[in-house]
Design a protein around this ligand. Sequence first.
Ligand code: PMP
Length: 453
Amino acid sequence: MTATDLLAAPPTGGPALPQERRIVTPQIPGPRSLELLERKKAAVPGAVSVTLPVFVTAAGGGVLVDVDGNSLIDLGSGIAVTTVGNANPKVTAAVAEQLERFTHTCFMITGYEGYVEVAEALNRLTPGDHDKRTALFNSGAEAVENAVKIARKATGRTAVVAFDHAYHGRTNLTMALTAKNQPYKSGFGPFASEVYRAPLSYPYRDNRSGAEAAAAAISTIEKQVGAENLAAILIEPIQGEGGFIVPAEGFLPALAAWATANGVVFIADEVQTGFGRTGAMFAAEHENLVPDLVVTAKGIAGGLPLAAVTGRAELMESVHAGGLGGTYGGNPLACAAALAAIDEYENGGLVERAQTLEPLIRGRLNAMRAADPRIGDVRGRGAMMAIELVDPATKAPDAELTQRVAKVCHADGVVVLTCGTYGNVIRLLPPLAIGDDLLVEGLDVLARALGRS
Ligand code: PMP
C-alpha cells in the first residue's frame, strides 16, 4: 500500500469506531467519568495524576471514546505509544492468538520464538549493518537502565553524560539522568551517582550552530568528567518531555564522532522518537547516525508493555550470563504485539505516513504562528511536532497560556499534551492511523483554543 492509498483509506485500528469528534455531555468530563474520578481519588494516590480525567472504554484510529459516549480526537497516542492505531486489528489478532497458546514462561527459564523474532527484527531495523544483539525489557526506564549497565560493563568506566532538558524515566538511575526537578525528581533523592549533565543544542534559545553546541558540550564533558572516566553519552535524538527540541544539524554527529574517538558508548534513547514517529524508522537516521546502543519502547508493541536495548554485538556480549533480564522482559504477548506492529511499520506505509503528515501539521502550525506571535517556535519532525508558547517581546516561556490552551482543547474534545522544561510546549503525537480530516479538525480546535486563550 502506498502512502497515497493510506491517505485515502479509512484509518486502521480499533473496534469499528466512527472517526469523529462527538461531545454528548454538557461538559467534559461527563457524569460517569466524574463518578470514576471520585473512585480514583479514593483508591489511587493523587501522585498518579491525569491530564484529562475522562475514562476510556474504546479507542481506535484517531479517537478515544469515554464512558459517557464522548468521542475525543487523540493527538497524543498515549504519549507516542499507539502509533499503529489503538487496538490495531493486526496487533489484537496476534495477541489473541498468542493468548490462547501461552502467556508466560519467563524467557530466562525457557525460551520462545517470539522473543528471538523481535530481537532479529530490531537488529535488522536499527541503524547500521554491523553485528547486533537485542535484550528485551518492560519499560523505557528499565531499558535505559540496562543500556547504562551494558555500557559500564563493556568499558569498565562508570560516568554517564546526559543533557539539559533530558527525560529518561522515573526509576532511581533514570531520575538522575532526567533533568527536570518538578514533578519527576523533587523529594525523591538521593539519586544514583556518576551522572553528569552537558548543555544541549536548543536552536530557538541558544543561537548556536550544531558544531558550536557540540563543541560546548564536549568541552563541558572533557573538563568536568574526562573521557577516560566516561562509559556513555546518552541522548534523545529529539527530546520528548524536554520540549520536542530538535538539535541543530551536526550536533548529534559531532557528539557521536567524539564518543567513538574516545571509546565512549553512544546511546540513542529512541523511546519517544522510534518506530516511524519522526518520518524515519528511527530519528537517528535523519543525520545518518549509527548509535552503539539504541533504546526503544513505547511504539514498539502497539500499546503492550515492551522495551529493548539493541546494540553492537561486542558491547552486548561483554555482559556475563545472567547479568541482564527480568521476570517479564519480552513477555510473549508483548512480543506477539511487537511483531504485528513492526510489520505495520515496515510494510503498512507508516513511515511514509509520518512523512506525509509533517507538512500538513507544520503548515497549520506555521499559519497559527503567523497569526499569533505568542507561538515563538514551530518544530519537530514527522508526526512529532510542537509549538513553544512565549511572551513575544521577551521569549519568556508562557506556561500559563500553555495550560489554558490545552484545557480548552480538552473541553472541546481534543487530547493534546504539553511538555517542556518550562512547561510551555504543546506537542502533537497523533496515531499514524488517524485520518487527515480528523487531524485537521483537531488542529482547527487547537487554533481556536489559542485564539480564545
Ligand atoms: N526515555 C524517553 C525519551 C521517554 O520519552 C520516556 C517516557 N516518556 C522514557 C524514556 C521512559 O519510558 P517509560 O515511561 O516506558 O519508563
